[in-house]
Design a protein around this ligand. Structure first.
Ligand code: HEM
Length: 270
């Protein structure tokens, strides 16, 4: 509320946050510069090239800053979210070794040890898919999604949300709603299975909902599947110490909620 106090507080983390942010910005700028140097308008290689192609057109409204912000948005929204979700999957796998075993058994049966997983394996890995979604549900890494603004007065269930109100959609309350989920506080991948097939559930909202649903949903889902499967193919995961308690309450770190620090062992499978 009083920003100046942040700078007077010798223990404030804000200077470090600003420094980190500058480093990320420099990195993104250097990546854009690299691509710009090798850009060939007749050989569009990826999203950034498409942007550069538009930028070159005389009537283009796309500016350098616009390009930077778009790429930064994708980087920032797409890195921490996926890695924090993977941290939660690791935590749940060492906390629930029986679930880890069922996932691995299915992976070895469907893919084996030698072949790398591919996106379409998801159709044959219902228990693995159910486990990833159950981790996403119970951990809800973006408990309040991102803030939205009401562009006009809206009435919902007899209540008026006034124009310009800032709205934080509570995804955590959807994920813990007992009218949608039986025993919502219990970790149970089977809730996403029906006759041993993976089923989508109406209340699943890890990527939020509506027209502004996460833009990277499909990418994130493939990344989660491919990385999770590759790890379980190669490693047995376990607690570092038998008596470690492994708390499952997270820490809010800006927009995302990450697990408290924990230690674990990755034992290469024989
Ligand atoms: C497990 C991983 C991820 C989770 C849980 C996640 C979750 C979310 C959530 C909850 C929102 C807010 C939606 C809203 O406005 O209500 C969001 C927005 C967004 N996400 Fe993700 N995300 C993930 C990965 C990614 C990836 C990999 C990318 C891109 C490479 C990405 C790009 C975006 C962008 C650009 C938005 C803003 C969309 C808009 O406002 O129209 N996300 N994400």
């Amino acid at each position: 509320m009083i920003p100046l106090l942040t700078y007077l507080n010798p223990f404030s983390k804000v200077p470090k946050i600003i420094k980190n942010r500058m480093e990320i910005q420099d990195y993104i700028r250097s990546r854009i510069d690299d691509e710009r140097r090798s850009f060939d308008p007749n050989n569009v290689r990826h999203f950034l090239d498409l942007y550069l192609q538009q930028e070159g057109k005389s009537n283009s409204k796309i500016s350098e800053n616009h390009l930077f912000l778009t790429i930064a948005d994708l980087y920032l929204a797409g890195t921490d979210t996926t890695s924090v979700t993977l941290q939660w999957t690791m935590l749940y796998m060492i906390k629930y070794p029986d679930v880890q075993k069922k996932c691995r058994d299915q992976i070895l049966e469907v893919i084996g040890e030698d072949r790398d997983p591919v996106g379409k394996d998801k159709d044959n890995l219902p228990y693995v898919m159910a486990t990833i979604q159950e981790v996403q549900r119970i951990a809800t890494i973006a408990p309040l999604a991102v803030p939205h603004l009401a562009v006009e007065d809206i009435e919902i269930d007899g209540m008026t949300i006034p124009k310009n109100a800032i709205i934080f959609p509570s995804l955590m309350s959807v994920h813990r709603d007992p009218t949608l989920w039986e025993e919502p506080d219990v970790f149970r991948p089977e809730r996403f299975l029906q006759n041993d097939k993976f089923v989508k559930k109406k209340g699943f909202s890890a990527f939020s909902m509506g027209p502004r649903i996460c833009l990277g949903k499909q990418l994130a889902e493939s990344e989660l599947l491919l990385i999770f499967v590759s790890i379980l193919q190669r490693f047995d995961l376990s607690k570092a110490e038998e008596n470690d308690e492994l708390p499952i309450d997270g820490i809010m770190n800006g927009i995302t909620q990450q697990p408290k620090n924990f230690q674990m062992c990755f034992l290469p499978r024989q």
